[in-house]
Ligand binder design. Sequence first.
Ligand code: F3S
Length: 642
Amino acid sequence: MGLTLTEKIIKEHLVVGEMIRGTEIGIRIDNTLTQDSTGTMAYLQFEAMDVPKVKTKKSIAYIDHNMLQTGPENMDDHIYIQTVAKKHGIIFSKPGNGICHQVNIERFGKPGETLLGSDSHTPTGGGIGMLAIGAGGLDVAVAMAGGEYYITMPEIVKVELKGKLQPGVTSKDIILEVLKRFTVKGGINRVFEYVGEGVKSLSVPDRATITNMGAELGATTSIFPSDEETKLFLKAQKREDDFIPLNADVDAIYDEETVIDLGQLVPMAAAPHSPDNIKPIDELEGMKINQVAIGSCTNSSLYDLMKVASILEGNTVAEEVSLVISPGSKQVLNMLAENGSLAKMIDAGARILECGCGPCIGMGQSPNTKGISLRTFNRNFKGRSGTTDADVYLVSPEVAAISAIHGVITNPVGKVGEAVAGVEVAKEFKVHDNMFVVPAEEGEEVEVIKGPNIKPFPKTEKLKDSIHKNVLIVVEDNITTDHIMPSNAKLLPYRSNIPYLSDYCLTPCDPEFPARAKEQDGGIIVAGHNYGQGSSREHAALAPLYLGIKAVIAKSFARIHKNNLINNGILPLIFKDEKDYDSLNLRDRLSLDNVLAGVEAKELIVKNETTGKEIKVVLDITDRQKEMILAGGLINMMKENV
Ligand code: F3S
């Protein structure tokens, strides 16, 4: 029987378990990446493991999320990451070198290898044929220390691409179509594998846009084959030796199949406030806009920005519109400058930002009150832009650029064909890796510098046999990690200071939550479906841990967040009968007895002392995760095993 591409890579890296769907497997990790927002914590955890040098082939520490320096905190964090990287064998990418996923695909992505990143958009690497997975910082720290990474052996969805996109329709529209079909919940424990004739017409940057936003499906990852296009891209990056051809076998068996006829696709947008709220641009055409933001790890490649420059050439950004452009990397910006594209953008009236995440993570450029912002990014959750009542529409660079000129949402089909026709992926990239700092030969001699804002992470303790706590909050379906631990310009500088951050935990849902948690010495969270969707932010588990949260009882959990809860010794309990969600109220007193036996059996009884009702909850965890919960989290378990 033939294998899918995903199975081939997993087979090569399998350390624990068998490739049986739904069972837990451990895979060897070749490469890791971190970004600054999750990186400080990951490196504090790595240091706690007492491993002198990373054991991966390559580990890279990027600084891209927060480069605003309005106080010493950010630069202190950057210096900590730079020194800890130098000491322990990690390549450091300086602020301004670019967004982790864009740079990683340019300079390090290698078909057939595995990549674990402490950022949920790590699957971008699937565009170049890697098995690239997003995880919490602690999982990445373990991988750097040589430990395997555990996942549920995923189902594999075949996405067959047929035909060719018409001018003005882009790879962004392909992934928006997939999101329309599968929704933000449709990817849990699944890998989306792209195959078919249509794949050939997509460049590596096109493919990376699709695999990047596959994260919004909640998928384990997404992947494209490694073919002639991949080879051309690697050759242009002067990395031809990294190329190997990779494909699924013709008789590979998939768990589900879907076919997309590229010729039939139209430009689309993800309307507020979810990436799966898909509308054709025609339906939105004519809507007045206030802001257009082009960039992010989804659409900031040279190829994307060359098309933008070409559309803007000789035009002027509409009077009421602010157009901001953030190039994805130093390489992109440098080449835009050299080939004259940057001048076209500036001439049209665009504001050029530095190479980083910027507005995507709410670091500057928040829209006006009730503003309409068109963004080429991957997420439009309420408030993520920094303006709570703004409406963010996610679109392709083509829609963004033409709309910026017209001042209203505009369908690019028939309007940009000529401008973008001649734009191709570069045949030769300008390679100058001088913003990477290489690790020291003798790491022992490097002093790690920690500023005063870097506080130790909260300690966990062994699981107790009884938990008697109050319900501290009841939240609805699809609560994101942005709700649980908001990340904005004010808070990002405190990412290494959990005591400070915890005062903002779940405040978008209930501003009183942190005070209540402190006053009641911790408690229990009750949630609907898909709790913890969105980014891989480990702080969304660390802040509740600091506040004394012992358990989250939900209808279902998003994968990375559930793992982060387990890693930190918080029970992720699932209602056996989801109707019981309606029986729990704020401040109900809950009793969980015989917890240790219940965890062993993966089923517990929760007694609601306030109403007298008993409800059943289950733990959808592996035996290894069970041991971790009993030990009080991953670091405790690792220490026990030493
Ligand atoms: Fe950065 Fe936004 Fe991507 S925060 S890594 S550009 S999702």
